[in-house]
Design a protein around this ligand. Structure first.
Ligand code: GDP
Ligand code: CA
Length: 325
């Protein structure tokens, strides 16, 4: 089976690891391939290096190198380089980059500087983390530089800051009025992205942030149209349980675009292409007004790989059920 998934960082990566575990434990699905379309709106240039947080979280998680407790960054990390940068007064200091993590950003920046595209660079990084051996292809949503900026007002009038500054430095506590995907008007989908949606047997939306992860990917020219026209069923997993994000600030993101923080509102954002929606049991009756959407309730906490594999299995089962219709 050809599975295509759209993914942000931690929520996306954990779901994908569970998906791979489910495929591996299911003999008739074991030779399935997974193509991941990753969000690059979080990307930022720091200390002259290109950092792609969501792509790296997926690489580290699938490759077994992630800091489990944190969900991002490397396990057993040290911060000596950041300490040296601080000693020089180099900024910003609010974005934490470990020494091993720096290695990724250095080599990525080197290869980009040699003229490789972000897709080509990501494929090289994925080799090191063993994704091809798992049947997983990680595609950045676009090779064009796109950065999500956030319009905030700290009392001195509106100004735009990089998404990471709002998310990490401000902890999403300063109210946001708008998200702007800077560069998107010039962007095209990366090679393979639109075909991965058109040729998939199943399209999955992991429980990633609906606004600043999935929402940004949906803004890449052609992606939304490809999803609307896809022959494959599109099944999503809610990132909200009883209206609250399991982690992160999806509620603040939804509020910024004028929506309630509910799983129904998230489904509404995908209504033009979504066929199936997994929600937490307590949310099952709350998604109304979308008669075409098949809603199923089940526990959605990705507490460990096994529990996550069960969630991914349920998403695939729903997709296969919808395929027979
Ligand atoms: P980020 O880029 O690191 O913020 O990660 P994503 O965009 O991929 O995912 C963030 C979303 O994952 C948040 O909105 C969380 O609510 C959601 N999430 C995290 N853990 C879980 C979980 O165990 N279950 C569910 N259903 N959602 C989760
Ligand atoms: Ca992210």
């Amino acid at each position: 089976m050809r599975i295509t998934a759209l993914a942000g960082g931690v929520g996306g990566a954990r779901f994908l690891r569970g998906l791979r575990a489910h495929l591996d434990r299911t003999p008739e699905l074991a030779d399935s391939t997974v193509t991941v379309i990753g969000n690059t709106g979080d990307d930022i240039t720091l200390f002259g290096l290109r950092v792609c947080p969501d792509l790296d979280t997926i690489l580290y998680t699938l490759g077994g190198g992630v800091h489990e407790g944190q969900g991002w960054g490397r396990a057993d990390e040290t911060f000596r380089v950041q300490g040296e940068l601080a000693a020089y007064g180099a900024v910003p200091q609010w974005f934490h980059l470990g020494d091993q993590d720096f290695g990724t950003h250095v080599v990525r920046s080197q290869w980009l500087g040699q003229g490789l595209s972000l897709s080509e660079v990501t494929a090289r990084l994925a080799e090191r983390w063993g994704l091809p051996q798992q049947g997983v292809t990680l595609l950045p949503m676009t090779d064009s530089p796109v950065e999500t900026h956030v319009v905030v007002d700290e009392g001195e009038g509106p100004r735009a800051v990089h998404f990471q500054e709002w998310w990490v430095r401000m902890q999403a506590k300063v109210p946001a009025s708008r998200f702007v995907a800077v560069g998107m008007d010039q962007a095209t989908a990366a090679p393979g992205v639109l075909d991965a949606i058109r040729q998939a047997d199943v399209v999955l939306l992991p429980p990633s942030n609906p606004v600043v992860s999935i929402g940004i990917i949906l803004g890449v020219p052609g992606v939304r149209d490809a999803l609307r026209g896809a022959t494959a069923p599109v099944v999503g997993v809610s990132p909200l349980i009883s209206g609250a994000p399991v982690r992160g600030h999806a509620d603040a993101c939804l509020q910024a675009i004028g929506l309630e923080s509910t799983t129904a509102a998230v489904a509404g954002l995908y209504a033009d292409f979504l066929d199936g929606w997994l929600v937490a049991p307590e949310d099952e009756g709350t998604v109304t007004g979308l008669p075409r959407l098949a809603v199923r309730g089940r526990p959605l906490l990705m507490t460990d790989v096994d529990a996550t594999a069960d969630i991914a299995g349920a998403a695939l089962d729903l997709a296969l059920e919808l395929k027979q219709r």
